[in-house]
Design a protein around this ligand. Sequence first.
Ligand code: GDP
Ligand code: MG
Length: 238
Amino acid sequence: MPEKRKQEIQRIKELESINLAREDIRDLVIETKKEVEKDNDSLAQQINNELNNMGIKSVDIVGAIGAGKTALLERIVEKLSKKYRILVICGDITTRVDADRIEKHNAKTIQINTGRECALNAYHIYQVIKNQDLNKYDLIFVENVGNLICPSEFKLGTDKRITVVSITEGEWVIEKHPMLFKMSDVAVINKIDLIERLGTNIEKMKKDAKKFNSNIKVITTSAKTDTNIDQLIEVLEL
Ligand SMILES: Nc1nc2c(ncn2[C@@H]2O[C@H](COP(=O)(O)OP(=O)(O)O)[C@@H](O)[C@H]2O)c(=O)[nH]1
Ligand SMILES: [Mg+2]
């Protein structure tokens, strides 16, 4: 078996052991996990320094599957591609559907397929940026794998993080996911064009986001009707 394949399998085993750890080795597993996070954080810091030194701004977008991350990015890129040269890194377990959608709006896209991993980490981003001529870009967006849990463990080295939920997920979605909102600069509540039909309590969602993180900016958007996308861009200081 090739060395690379062996390493891949080892990595999968390590990841799964976190969930399956027996009680007698649980402390060791947890300590190891903390070390992995520390290692990830220091690489994320290195990425951020490198991007800042090159004058490149960066934002990552996390959120559940279907919340509208790609749709929002399509709108944002469409508006900002006149002003910036944009690279979008898309994380997905198997396809490049999102990258293809965004590329139509005048940005270079790179798809990372994570296989069985439920979030991008700093190593994924580092692999991409070290193989790119960064002189070609002014702005980098990262769309994370659709998930509201795993991405909270891994910083990616971007300047700002947006967490996207939509009103179709119900008014409890923010309350149930404190970690991501604690780690985010902006909370987007998307699909407000559907509010009359669904009657979701958006005020509760806004209050929950602020309760977890008093500094978070909360924006309600519709990627479909282009509502408040300019406001989102303004909050991102782009
Ligand atoms: N009505 C409505 N639909 C939206 C909105 N944003 C995204 N969608 C739809 O929701 C589905 C999932 O969107 P997508 O951007 O792929 O979500 P992602 O998985 O978070 O990237 C697609 O069918 C979109 O057209 C919105 O603001 N309003
Ligand atoms: Mg997407």
